[in-house]
Design a protein around this ligand. Structure first.
Ligand SMILES: [Zn+2]
Length: 396
């Protein structure tokens, strides 16, 4: 394989790693990923590759390379992100490393935060000032009255206070969705139900979903029960943002409806386990079994899974989520797909991101050990690369 040497931009050669070009293909052993500027220009076995003498070579022997990872359920709503425009660059960089880039995440979907603030954070990253992930955001969710915790609870959780539009019917749902879309959000997020008011009806959900789909944007929903999921699916929602372990197993009717409507699921298994940490062990284990059962049933049915943890509401380390997904029967290639090809496809980036291939943007995660043999290794990252730049490197 030869390399076009006549185009502009510096070359970076990642040499010697095991390269998972996609979850569906066998890895290349002793591979080379050659990057020029922001893009990969060739990918192959070292013995068959030539690259320019001017290339900067990064020794990657013993490492494993995959496409950069996606977390499709995060929130920039912790107090640390407030006034994102004025946080010093070094501090902001460290916060993004702590939360995301040290774990290989190069793309995230924020599904609930103060939109103006998250947009400023994104602007600072996209301008090149701050190394960080690609951010998409829904801005605040649309909620039935009383769905959100009290100010006191929000403060105890360490979160910023921000208003979320309350909706009770189709007209309000369409208006609120349209206003957010006009403000530039990348998707609409809905809360299905509330302890203090009736759940959103199918027609209310449908009204918000129609506005989003007209703008070519997806719709996420936070469900509390299996019944919420069924209403949401019938209302045209695209991504179910949580499993619902407190409402029992997902039955055939629900799984079939989810499949027929081609929805995707972010499992957030660690979240529900975490919320049970003050309860009796037997109660915690019951919830963990239920969520694992729901993910297992969905994956078994061939349903699409997007890795997602509700990051910002849980600890940053994703190790436990990977372990729980494995316990739900997902293989390494399936988990890798949920982190790469599935979100890239779902959010329209399949020709730019999600695989390790010539012509695609050089968003990559480089792991210390093989996650194919130990799923925990997916959380032990040596380098994170976004658009050809190393945005995180481990110091040990
Ligand atoms: Zn969330």
């Amino acid at each position: 394989m030869t390399t076009p040497a006549n185009s502009a931009g510096d070359y970076l050669a990642l040499v010697g790693a095991t390269v998972y070009v996609s979850p569906a293909e066998d890895p290349i052993r002793d591979g080379v990923v050659l990057i020029q500027g922001e893009k990969m220009v060739s990918v192959g076995a070292r013995g068959q590759m030539q690259f320019p003498e001017t290339a900067h070579v990064l020794d990657c022997f013993g490492l494993t390379i995959t496409a950069g990872l996606w977390n499709s359920h995060v929130h920039f709503f912790e107090r640390k992100w407030a006034d994102a425009a004025t946080i010093p660059a070094t501090e902001l960089t460290r916060q993004l490393q702590n939360m995301l880039t040290q774990y290989g995440f190069t793309s995230v979907f924020d599904i609930g935060s103060l939109w103006e603030n998250t947009r400023r954070l994104r602007d600072r990253i996209e301008s090149g000032e701050i190394p960080g992930p690609k951010i998409r955001s829904t801005g605040p969710g649309l909620v039935p009255p009383g769905a959100l915790p009290s100010d006191q609870v929000i403060s105890l959780m360490g979160l910023m206070k921000f208003p979320a539009p309350e909706i009770t019917d189709a007209v309000q749902a369409a208006d609120a969705a349209k206003k957010l879309l006009d403000d530039g959000v990348d998707a609409i997020k809905l809360f299905a139900s509330s302890p203090r008011s009736p759940a959103l009806s199918e027609s209310t959900i449908q009204a918000a979903a129609s506005e989003a789909h007209r703008a070519n944007k997806p719709v996420f929903i936070h469900p509390n029960t299996g019944a919420d999921v069924l209403t949401a699916v019938r209302g045209g929602v695209d991504i179910i943002a949580h499993t619902t372990p407190h409402s029992g197993p997902w039955d055939e009717t629900l799984l079939t409806a989810m499949k027929e409507h081609h929805v995707a699921l972010t499992p957030t298994l660690t979240l529900w386990k975490y919320y049970m940490r003050h309860d009796r062990l037997s109660a915690e284990e019951k919830v963990t079994r239920a969520e694992i059962g729901q993910l297992h049933a969905w994956a078994e049915a061939g349903g699409e899974v997007l890795f997602g943890t509700d990051l910002g509401a849980v600890e940053y380390d994703p190790t436990e989520e990977y372990v729980l997904m494995s316990q739900a029967g997902m293989s390494f290639p399936q988990i890798l797909a949920s982190l790469t090809t599935a979100p890239a496809g779902r959010f329209g980036d399949q020709n730019k991101l999600g695989r390790v291939a010539a012509g695609l943007q050089a968003d990559l995660a480089l792991f210390q050990q093989s996650p194919a043999t130990n799923i925990r290794a997916l959380a032990q990252v040596k380098y994170t690369v976004r658009a050809g730049k190393i945005i995180y490197r481990a110091t040990v």
